[in-house]
Design a protein around this ligand. Structure first.
Ligand code: 0L1
Ligand code: MG
Length: 259
């Protein structure tokens, strides 16, 4: 069967809208490459923009050594966070989602454009206005959260929801690689980590993002809010869970998972 990028993007958008898991696209298109997958992702992003949604910022995924090893990749992936994904009510609804997981991250609020190639972590930090804590809720549209690398890239890197914390710090005020984070559910510690889990340093993740976007003639823009990648692993959520995460120097975030 010939591949129709638009139809594949529509397939993934409808899975998200209808909140149902679908067969991974490489089951029918085993020949799909990473480059093809980013073209499908572009189509998907274009469809959401046409629906009137706004991009909050690009995000980085698969930034931990564990996830990269699991997927057998040398490079993280990127996707996009849209305005409708930002949750500020202190709760997320299970009925809006398929099989969500939560991971604790550090987000960068960009004060300047940042354009690759050749961007360094130091340049990424210099272009950043503030760093803030964030909980990302990932929700792969694929059955059982099972996918290959092209599948997950096409699926906008499993982006689904994000809850930002209220603490804002200048990037130079913290040693971001040493920032410790704990993630608990119903008072039980589920995972913990330090900023260095994100490709050595969260600023390195932003630099890599700028360099990856440059291959497409794109750049990070002033005002973008960028999720740099999971410091903790992603933990499965269930209805009724109360999730809390604490960051050294960046406060905490809590939310409930309702029906
Ligand atoms: O933000 C992320 O790291 C998600 C990347 C996609 C992999 C996954 O869904 O586990
Ligand atoms: Mg993430």
């Amino acid at each position: 069967m010939t591949m129709n990028n638009k139809a594949l993007a529509e397939y993934l958008v409808s899975a998200e809208t209808e909140k149902r898991e679908v067969t991974r696209i490489t089951a029918e298109h085993p020949e799909l490459t990473v480059e093809d997958a980013y073209v499908i992702q572009e189509q998907l992003v274009g469809m959401k923009l046409e629906q009137g949604y706004r991009i909050v910022g690009p995000k980085m995924g698969l930034t931990s050594r564990a996830k990269m090893k699991q997927m057998n990749v040398e490079e993280p992936i990127y996707g996009y966070i849209f305005d409708y994904m930002v949750e500020d009510s202190g709760r997320i609804s299970m009925s809006d989602l398929i099989h969500p997981k939560v991971e604790a991250e550090i987000a960068f609020i960009m004060g300047k454009d940042l354009e690759g190639p050749g961007v360094t972590g130091a340049q990424a930090l210099a272009a950043t206005d503030y760093v803030i804590p964030a909980l990302e809720i990932i929700d792969s549209r694929y059955e059982n959260f099972q996918f290959t690398l092209p599948d997950v890239i096409a699926d906008n890197a499993s982006s689904s929801r994000v809850i930002f914390g209220s603490a804002m710090r200048r990037p130079g005020e913290l040693e971001l690689d040493l920032v410790g984070v704990t993630l608990s559910i119903n008072g039980q510690l589920k995972d913990l980590g330090a900023g260095a889990a994100v490709v050595g340093h969260p600023a390195h993740s932003v630099a890599m993002l700028a360099n990856m976007l440059a291959r497409k003639g794109l750049k990070i823009k002033k005002g973008d809010i960028i999720l740099t990648g999971g410091i903790t692993g992603a933990v499965m959520l269930s209805t009724g869970d109360y999730v809390t995460a604490k960051w050294d120097g960046l406060g905490e975030i809590g939310f409930t998972v309702s029906e």
